[in-house]
Unconditional design. Sequence first.
Length: 364
Amino acid sequence: MALKGPNGEKTRKRTRSRASSAASIRDVARVAGVSTASVSRCINNSGTLSDGTRERVLAAIDELNYTPNSLARDFRRGRTFMLLVVLPSVGDPFFTDVMRGVHAEAGRRGYGIVISDTQHNSLSANEVETLLISRQADGIILFGTASPFATEILSSRRRRAIPIVIGCEAIAPELKRYPSVQIDNVLAARQATEHLIDLGHRRIAFVAGVGGSMLTADRERGYRAALEAAGKRVSAATVVAGDLSVAGAAAAAKRLLAVDPRPTAIFCANDEMAIGAASAIAEQGLRIPEDMSLVGFDDTRYAAVMQPPLTTIRQPAERIGMRSVQRICKLIEEPSALRDNPEPEIVAHELIVRASTGPVPNGR
């Protein structure tokens, strides 16, 4: 029975109070006749909504007295429309491009983004769980995280199931059970090395990432496969760790340039290391490509403007970011999707030949 009051005001206030205490983002979506993602986009002012849809959502929010604080209730019910993205370094130009795709697709789907920068350090399972709870994230996209994270989070049965998608390479064996979006790194590195072999190079050095890391292991595997197919043995002296940094690669290149006989080409496992290698080559008074050919990997924004412009493998960074968001949303919305389709999604790469590679020097 409705409560009576002056002009019915008391009745209306109590009705709105009940709506406020019970309303959820799903209730708003039901009343407005739209998806929960559309409601989230309206609340967060992200993505694209038609004027008619936005008006229906705002009307439903007003009718139910729904407030942003209701997102906490949605989290307890299992959805927050937030994604946790874990990166080894937000300053890496490749991941900057990846994040452009992540932000675009997340915004289109009504999801917010929380970024965790590990600075190439381990991220423990407890840290991830804290991030998920305190930042209210529905799932995780991992880009190049350290292996102790994977081991801990997978070994504990006490933790709730967490939707996880791997962007780019799975750098720990445990992570290979999760869906991923990546290029075929073995094939790409093999093609880059074969390009140098076709130019006549036989003493080709490889600058890898951190020693023992799986991050560049497939690229090293492709490099070795190309040389072995050409009948060339890979020398331990010509495979060095460059720590995925400019400084680390510069130091690695100096060691390679001291090898006798000196390599005629250097293949770096990412473009940032190729920049460091180019600096060390120039310091030795050598020219690229007349004295030393140089190849990178990723085709970041710096590759085309280096002097000379860098031959490299192009990864579709923005597409990797976009597809990673699409796959994590699929897992969140349909948990069985992980069981039904855990296989990696392979996106196309491209060998970009520029002026940093040339024929092997005469007499070398």
